[in-house]
Design a binder for this molecule. Structure first.
Ligand code: 4NP
Length: 154
């Protein structure tokens, strides 16, 4: 199973989602059996480490995401990943538009797919403060726990 977390810049939400899910998977019996990556619909931050506020927030929860590097979504992602898990409706729309016919049903909202929040979005914290990053962590970590439970049940 290969999962791709997608947001706009790939420096805040999807790196946090990747970090939370990696940590939850490592602590589960699925360790080593699920691959996780992240990407942005935009490429402005390609090659950069996550936003320092995202790194600090994740570190506060015991997860190191400082080694991640941003990249833009690429056409091969639709073949390489089983599911593309989007942070918000804008990301979902952008990714669905780029998806080849036949792959569109593999592009979903992360919180919806996890089952933690039907049709739920992860708000962009980029122009916000530390509490906005904490809120993102709560959302992505609860989703990560639910995803692990879902995959364990498969
Ligand atoms: P992300 O947040 O999509 O969660 O990584 C953003 C990062 C950068 C920008 C917007 C959102 N930006 O406009 O550069």
């Amino acid at each position: 199973m290969k999962l791709l977390m997608v947001c706009l810049g790939n420096i805040c939400r999807s790196p946090m989602a990747e970090g939370a899910l990696r940590a939850r998977l490592e602590a589960s019996r699925l360790a080593g059996r699920v691959e996780v990556d992240s990407a942005g619909t935009g490429g402005w931050h390609a090659g950069e480490a996550p936003d320092r506020r995202a790194i600090a927030c994740a570190r506060g929860h015991g997860v190191d995401i400082s080694g991640q590097r941003a990249r833009q979504l690429r056409p091969t992602d639709f073949d390489d990943f089983d599911w593309l898990l989007c942070a918000d409706e804008n990301n979902l729309r952008d990714v669905v538009q780029r998806a080849p016919a036949g792959r569109r049903d593999r592009v979903v909202l992360l919180l919806d797919w996890a089952g933690t929040q039907p049709s739920g979005e992860i708000p962009d914290p980029y122009t916000g403060g530390p509490e906005d990053f904490q809120q993102v962590w709560r959302l992505v970590d609860s989703a990560a726990q639910a995803v692990v439970a879902r995959l364990c049940a498969m």
